[in-house]
Every structure is written in C-alpha cells, then in structure tokens.
Design a protein around this ligand. Structure first.
Ligand code: SAM
Length: 280
C-alpha cells in the first residue's frame, strides 16, 4: 500500500484561517514537506504540531521530489505546504503532484486560503469568469507581450505582483490594456488589509502617494468589447521581432495567439517587417 500525499492550503497572513481539517491532517502525517521549514514552523508551533519536516522548494524539487515519492511508496503519508496559501498556485508543488499521480499515489487536496480567490471575492469585479495568470514577467518587453496576450479575454484578470514591481506593472497595464477599472488588493487577511479601487490611472496616483507596501494582488476588469480588440498586428510583431528578438517563425506563431490573425497573415507581415528592417 502506498501512502497519501496531502496538498494543504495554509493561511496567507492570518493564522486563524487555517482549517480544522488542515490542522488535523498536519498532526497525523508522517512527514511535512514545506517550502521554507523555518517559516512553516511558526504555523506548526501555533498549532502545537511537532512532526518531521523536510524542505521542498523550486531549486531542490527534483532531488527532494524523488525522496518524497520514495517515502510515499513506502506507505508513509506526506503533507505538502507552501509559505502561504495553496501549494501549486504560483508556488512549488506541480512536479510532485504530477509525479505522484503518475506513480499511482493518492493525492488529496485540503482546500483553504488562496490570495487570488480571496482578492476576487471582495473585489467587486465580475467573478463568474476570471483568468488567473500568476506573476507577469519582470522584464518590460516580456511583460507587455504577456499582457497583450491577455487583452482579449472576456472575464476579470487576476495577477500576482511583487510590491517593488507594482508601479511598473500598472504603467504597462494602462499602456497595453487601456485605462480599465482595477483593484489592488494588498495585505489580505492582515492588519493593514486594503482594497484600492479605480481606473489604472487613479490607482497609480494612490499607489504613488501612499507608497504601497506588502503583498498585492492586481485584478483587472474586463475591457469593453471594443477595448478587447487585440493590438494591431504590426505593433505586436515589431515588439516580438525587435524587443524580444524572436525569429520570424516564432514571432508569427506568438502573434497569432495574441491577435487572433491567421497564421498566413501573421507570417507574411512578419516577413515584410523583417525585410524592411534589414533594408534600413
Ligand atoms: N500560493 C499562494 C496562494 O495560494 O495565493 C501564492 C504564493 S505567491 C509566491 C505569493 C504572491 O501571492 C504574492 O506576491 C502576492 O501577489 C500574493 N499574496 C500572497 N499573500 C497575499 C496577501 N496576504 N495579500 C495580498 N497578496 C498576497
């Protein structure tokens, strides 16, 4: 008999948000795999749980993943937790779950806090259809292409962002998606929890005045159907060819995803732009 892998959501700030079930299972498993063992000790001490702990984070996930699978295959049960919220959501876990599923190990999710859903639930933005896109790339060119690829989506867009990149990301959001209604949800479940609502420009002003600190989720309202029209093909291609340095083929393929133009149109336009640039 193999053991069970539990994927356990933990609080995103307020320790009272741990569920009864999460606490019970953390107290029952043979091993807890945590993104940062020192960080998770605070939660475990709060719950009076003392269990063998091992680290499982981005840079050791291959080696540690194999060891954890070995433990599960010996019939022991393992809980995976991250620093905050739901493992696998912009956090380590996916590879372990994938490999456990492939090995026939039972994987049980223990639901609980997730910053994206917590922010969405109180944002006041449409919640029947939303896209969670994680962290935008940190480099400007890539970030703009990433946002352009999300421009035509019909629902609310939910993004994670590091506080020191917030202002740059808001600037790119306004440029690529327009001055839409947005919400910046910060320090969720903590003492200084705050929802900053308005157009991107209004929120940028508030952020600049108050030097927003702490963790943030950005939620972007769907654009009007006219606003959702993709960026012009030539502008997208120029960015992909010039700023990102993609080949004609790769730029055309990506431009199809971003703009919805056909492969032939994107390819011929990419060739035209490349030739024009080479002749300069
Ligand atoms: N797995 C986590 C979850 O389920 O939400 C997300 C982990 S990700 C590494 C961390 C990001 O989540 C932060 O940069 C921020 O964008 C968002 N986040 C986490 N906790 C938050 C909080 N209390 N308030 C606002 N955003 C938070």
């Amino acid at each position: 008999m193999t053991g069970t892998l539990y994927i356990i959501a933990t609080p995103i700030g307020n320790l009272e948000d741990v569920t009864y079930r999460a606490a019970r299972i953390l107290g029952e498993v043979d091993l807890i795999a945590a993104e940062d063992t020192r960080h998770s000790l605070k939660l475990l001490n709060h719950l009076n749980i003392s269990k063998p702990l091992t680290s499982y984070f981005d840079h050791n996930q291959q080696l540690k993943g194999e060891r954890i699978l070995g433990t599960l295959l010996q019939g022991k049960s393992v809980a995976l937790i991250s620093d905050a919220g739901t493992p696998c959501v912009s956090d380590p876990g996916y590879h372990l779950v994938r490999d456990a599923v492939a090995a026939g190990i039972t994987v049980i999710p223990i639901p609980g806090p997730c910053a994206a859903v917590t922010a969405l639930s109180a944002s006041g933005l449409p919640s029947d259809n939303f896209t969670f896109a994680g962290f935008p790339p940190s480099r400007q060119g890539k970030r703009r292409s990433f946002l352009a690829g999300l421009a035509g989506l019909p629902g609310t867009l939910v993004l994670y962002e590091a506080p020191h990149r917030l202002e740059n990301s808001l600037r790119d959001l306004r440029e690529v998606l327009g001055d839409r209604q947005i919400v910046v949800a910060r320090e969720l479940t903590k003492i200084f929890e705050e929802f900053i609502r308005g157009t991107v420009s209004e929120v940028m002003t508030a952020v600049a005045q108050n030097k927003v600190r702490g963790e943030v989720v950005i939620l972007v309202a769907p654009g009007e159907p006219a606003e959702q029209a993709a960026e012009p093909l030539d502008e997208v291609l120029r960015r992909l060819l010039d700023e990102e340095g993609l080949s004609v083929k790769d730029a055309a393929r990506k431009a199809v995803e971003i703009t919805g133009f056909s492969r032939n149109e994107a390819y011929s336009e990419a060739i035209r732009l490349k030739k024009a640039a080479d002749e300069l």
